[in-house]
Design a protein around this ligand. Structure first.
Ligand code: ARG
Length: 464
């Protein structure tokens, strides 16, 4: 007989003494796994529906269970549900409340399942929804980049290697590089979702159940592609969490690179762009400051997501099959990964459309640092000079320019011809920034026409 005391633990039968109070708090997960309540209830409704269809529950019992679970969901959403640490986790809290509400039928819900297959199912259902939201956010950011790329398809800026002036590029081309990074991320998320969408339920504790269940039916009710093949694997696998966190770490790494460039570009020294006031903050002491806090914080948040990836790998390392309590530690890193990633993507997708470009500043910067030196070398090659000799000639011309404090385009034909007689008057077209970008006119090149073609192809990809 169970007494009318604090809620009885569903597993208390074989115990004579109560759990140590600190052990109870230490082993409980309800403080964080209550976040899975919707998935837990959806999984239980599908399980009960399947049990009734297989004749394991009566239809009346199923109806009581389903209605009871829906009432609990409403109560949780209304903030009218008392979570109990004594009841350890979200699963036992909900089951206990159900039995309190509908009586005997509630006690039958756990037939043919275990918390081990239940929790594995809940996390997969939860992460599946989160991946869908993340994929949509990635697309929103990608579209914002496409619009910015289109707007600035002709805007010339210096391209860098080693953060030293390399060759002129268009701002649109740079935005399309970011787009491609995110497009691979979108693909990785889709890939992860495909492997994740298998159902553990029916594995029960580890070996399956003695009841004549229909796993394919439960899987169909929950939108899984299929039940998992092996019951031991079903309850012990957390590959999907690691795979997701690794894909998330890559997105964050990409966002940190974008952040770094936004921070550099918005500095007074570069002045290539301005971020909207709504995405910056001031300084409490320096009145002139407008700090790019948002990209800085996103850059910083990449670190915690990388840490979660290492935490999850280490969590799973060397665990014997099948379920171990260690696995309860999968949730907080996973939840924080999702929160950090979704927040970062949202803020980027909101911030990017509000970026103002300063083409004059980009142009001035592109004119410094001899960005068209390669164009001059290529010109000489077209005139019959071997590339290595052309490289040498232009190197000497650059040294001369540095000495004279001039740009290559400022030199007279006379001066240029001192370095190579192959040089003619049409060389000046080659030395302009516009001529330089327009000349890189092939698939993947920076010419404005190529950037526009890349944008058109990309629009089709994101609309698929
Ligand atoms: N709270 C547990 C977890 O998150 C649920 C599964 C517990 N199963 C068990 N046999 N103790 O992993």
């Amino acid at each position: 007989m169970s007494e009318q005391q604090p809620p009885a633990k569903p597993w208390s039968g074989r115990f004579n003494a109560p759990t140590d109070a600190f052990v109870e708090a230490f082993t409980a997960s309800v403080g964080f796994d209550r976040r899975l309540y919707r998935q837990d209830i959806a999984g239980s409704i599908a399980h009960a529906t399947m049990l009734a269809r297989c004749g394991i529950l009566s239809e009346a019992e199923r109806d009581l269970i389903v209605a009871g679970l829906e009432r609990i969901r409403d109560r949780i959403e209304a903030g009218d549900f008392a979570w109990s640490v004594t009841l350890e986790d979200v699963h036992m809290n909900i089951e206990s409340a159900l039995t309190g509400d509908i009586g005997e039928a509630g006690k039958k819900l756990h037939t043919g399942r275990s918390r081990n297959d239940q929790v594995a199912t809940d996390i997969r259902l939860w992460l599946r929804d989160e991946i869908d939201a993340i994929a949509a956010e990635l697309r929103r950011l990608q579209r914002a980049l496409l619009n910015l790329a289109e707007r600035e398809a002709e805007t010339v800026m210096p391209g860098f290697t080693h953060l030293q002036t390399a060759q002129p590029i268009t701002f649109g081309h740079h935005m399309m590089a970011w787009f491609e990074m995110l497009d691979r991320d979108h693909g990785r998320m889709a890939d992860c979702r495909r492997r994740l969408n298998r159902m553990p339920l029916g594995a029960a504790a580890l070996a399956g159940t003695t009841f004549p269940i229909d796993r394919a039916y439960t899987a169909e009710l929950l939108g899984f592609d299929a039940p998992m093949e092996n019951s031991l694997d079903a309850v012990s696998d957390r590959d999907f969490a690691i795979e997701f966190t690794s894909a998330a770490a890559l997105v964050m790494m990409h966002l940190s690179r974008m952040s770094e460039e936004l921070v550099i570009w918005s500095s007074a020294q570069f002045g290539f762009i301005e971020l909207a006031d709504a995405f910056c903050t001031g300084s409490s002491i320096m009145p002139q400051k407008k700090n790019p806090d948002v990209p800085e914080l996103v850059r910083g948040k990449s670190g915690r997501v990388f840490g979660h990836l290492m935490a999850l790998l280490t969590l799973m390392k060397a665990q014997p099959l099948a379920y171990n309590k260690d696995n309860q530690e999968d949730k907080e890193p996973l939840f924080d990964t999702v929160d950090s990633l979704r927040g970062s993507l949202k803020i980027f997708a909101d911030m990017v459309p509000a970026i103002t470009c300063r083409p004059d500043m980009m142009r001035t910067a592109a004119l410094k640092g001899f960005a068209t030196a390669t164009d001059l070398a290529d010109y000489l090659v077209r005139k019959g000079t071997p590339f290595r000799d052309a490289h040498e000639v232009v190197g000497k011309a650059v040294a001369y320019c540095i000495d004279q404090e001039k740009d290559l385009a400022d030199l007279t034909l006379e001066e240029l011809r001192r370095f190579s007689e192959a040089i003619d008057t049409e060389v000046f077209e080659v030395l302009t920034l516009e001529g330089s970008v327009a000349a890189r006119n092939h698939l993947g090149g920076t010419a404005p026409g190529q950037v526009r073609a890349a944008i058109a192809r990309a629009r089709q990809r994101v609309d698929d």
